[in-house]
Ligand binder design. Structure first.
Ligand code: PEP
Length: 256
């Protein structure tokens, strides 16, 4: 089953809105148009830059997609500092990251909240990129498959098969994020295959066949080609390397 690869650049809390415009332009114009038929490319800037990116993408008819790094589980109301799925949808976002390990760690987001955010994203027509991944101590005792599948099942709890089919899963081992230690292609494949098999058990093979499973954790242009060759890895969620326009465009081209 052919799945269109997806490479999404998670800019985290980097760049002001002017720098975001410059980087978006750099990526869009460094990647020849023919690649966009073979790989979906998305940028995930901080909330403050989404409006600028939207204006640029719409104005220049760029083939890039964009999205946010988080959303509120609520639709609207007295939730100071939060941003809703409805607001992101109105800004033309396609994607929203949910359950990134940095939010789980620094904002104490648990599986129950992550699940509510997945549902909020789907409710507003956004595609959640649900992140799962183990810490080093879990991998050291060989608990990584169980850990990732537990997070997966909890994050998708209560979804119908047709909703689960719309979600993107990102396997992001915590020990690989921002550390320069990329998982080996076979280690990443092991977990991504296990995620797909869990999806098949819960929602049927048809759903498992269409869901894109990404790998994230210190991916660079030098590592993407071997990762994307793996049968169950459909692209990358890229942090640090997505802040360099040339490097990110090269990485996206290699994923096509
Ligand atoms: C991430 O934050 O999702 C990520 C994968 O970061 P990095 O590529 O920098 O490891």
């Amino acid at each position: 089953m052919a799945r269109l690869p997806l490479v999404a650049g998670n800019w985290k809390m980097n760049l002001n809105h002017l720098e975001a415009i410059a980087l978006t332009q750099k990526i869009a114009f460094s990647l020849p148009e023919k690649y966009f038929a073979k790989v979906e490319v998305a940028v995930l800037p901080p909330f403050i830059s989404l409006r600028s990116v939207q204006t640029l993408v719409d104005g220049d008819k760029l083939l890039l997609k964009y999205g946010a790094q988080d959303l509120s589980p609520h639709d609207s109301g007295a939730y100071t500092g939060d941003v809703s799925g409805a607001q992101l949808a109105k800004l033309g976002c396609t994607y929203v990251v949910v359950g990134h390990s940095e939010r789980r760690e620094y904002h104490h987001e648990d599986d129950e909240l992550v699940n509510r955010k997945v549902k909020a994203a789907l409710k507003h027509g956004l595609t959640p990129i649900l992140c799962v991944g183990e810490r080093l101590e879990v991998r050291e005792v060989n608990g990584h498959l169980e850990h990732c599948n537990t997070q997966l099942i909890a994050g998708l709890k209560g979804l119908k098969a047709e909703q689960a089919a719309k979600v993107v899963i990102a396997y992001e081992p915590v020990w690989a994020i921002g550390t320069g230690k990329v998982a080996t292609p076979s280690d990443a494949q092991e977990v991504c295959a296990s995620i797909r098999s869990t999806l098949a058990d819960k929602y049927g093979q048809e759903v498992a066949d269409v869901v894109r499973v990404l790998y994230g954790g210190s991916v660079k242009s030098g590592s993407i080609a071997d990762l994307i060759k793996q049968p169950d890895i459909d692209g990358g969620l890229v942090g640090g390397a997505s802040l360099d326009g040339d490097e990110f465009a090269k990485l996206c081209a290699l994923a096509a």
